[in-house]
Design a binder for this molecule. Sequence first.
Ligand code: S3P
Length: 421
Amino acid sequence: MLKGSFELIGDKSISHRAIMFSSISKGKNKISNFLMGQDCLSTVNCFRKMGVDIEINNNEVYVSGNGLKGLKSFEDKLFLDVGNSGTAIRLMMGILAGQDFKTTIIGDESIGKRPMKRVTDPLKKMGAIISGRDDANLIPITVEGGNLTHIDYHMPVSSAQVKSSLILASLYGDNTSFIHEKMRSRNHTEIMLKSFGADIEVNNLEIKINPVEELFNKDIYVPGDISSAAFIMVGALISENSEVLIKNVGLNDTRVGIIEVIKKMNGNIEIIDEEEICGEKVGNILVKYSPHLIGTTIDKELIPKLIDEIPIIAVLATRAEGDTIIKDASELKIKESNRIKSVVNNLNLIGAKAIELEDGMIIKGKTHLQGGKIQTFNDHRIAMSFSIANLISNNKVILDSDKCIDISFPGYFNLLKKLSK
Ligand code: S3P
């Protein structure tokens, strides 16, 4: 049983953006509730290496920005290590495309397998010189920027990382750029850059960006990460007699797919005390044990609103009556692991009934999980999802490694212990 209340740690997507955008803006600012996870710290290290003064004090960060074109290379060959972070590499390439020096980006084994052509192709179209393995698809990738043109680009995939990278490059363009999304993905970039003085207009799926001379820093408060809260929400929904109040959850419309799904599945979840801080919705969420969950179908427009929550939704689905069908989610194959395979194989290993689809999965419910040894593939969201499955399994669910959880949720096991009664 999970019982109690807690303040949620900062949002990963917004923490990355706060460091990056502050670094390329003028003036000093304070970022509060910054996520001290490994991914965001990789971003901090990259920008420090490019001459930005970033001070960390508990979970507050002070950035003295260098201005739009003020990043520097102090080495003949500048290497930036993004570790495990797809957001760091893809967004940073958009900024590097506007700087007139040469940088090589490296990262860990998982990032070494993730496709970058979705970003490097349009950035090359804008005039950046980019090279790397497999025609600039895989790291190490070298970016030589400066002198960008503008772009009118219809994105072939729904991805906030690609969109954000191109918005950033467009700030350095020679004229107005247009980016067209296939489906609405998270919009933290648009919100934060506008508040820093960027000239961005959003009309449904079209984003219009005019280049600007400079951006100007403002203090930022980072709301809690709904993608991290998702593990505790599901833990509370499936463990008998649970009741948890999660405080300070980011409730941006482009991120709340998990709440919509929980409601559709007959889960007991309630949003209380909603307000807006720094352009982002924030609120408290009350979740209670829900014994009458039902299966659902998740597809199309909903997918970008919950893409990172699918592994934990799959665990939830094992407790729901009937089938849960997840489709239109091929993007899962290129996350920190192939999340279609890692979820389906691991669920079956612990006694659930899951079927792999080309673009998703089917989870048959209701099943009683038996437990067993699972492989995390060093994917933080797989590790946390199966640690929640452990709460309702007959025998223990044993993870091959749990160090990867620090990527997005430092202190996760301490919190789970505190809430476990
Ligand atoms: C992110 C966007 C999503 C998400 C990732 C964070 C972001 O990726 O999966 O964890 O911060 O923009 P895609 O944009 O590739 O879908």
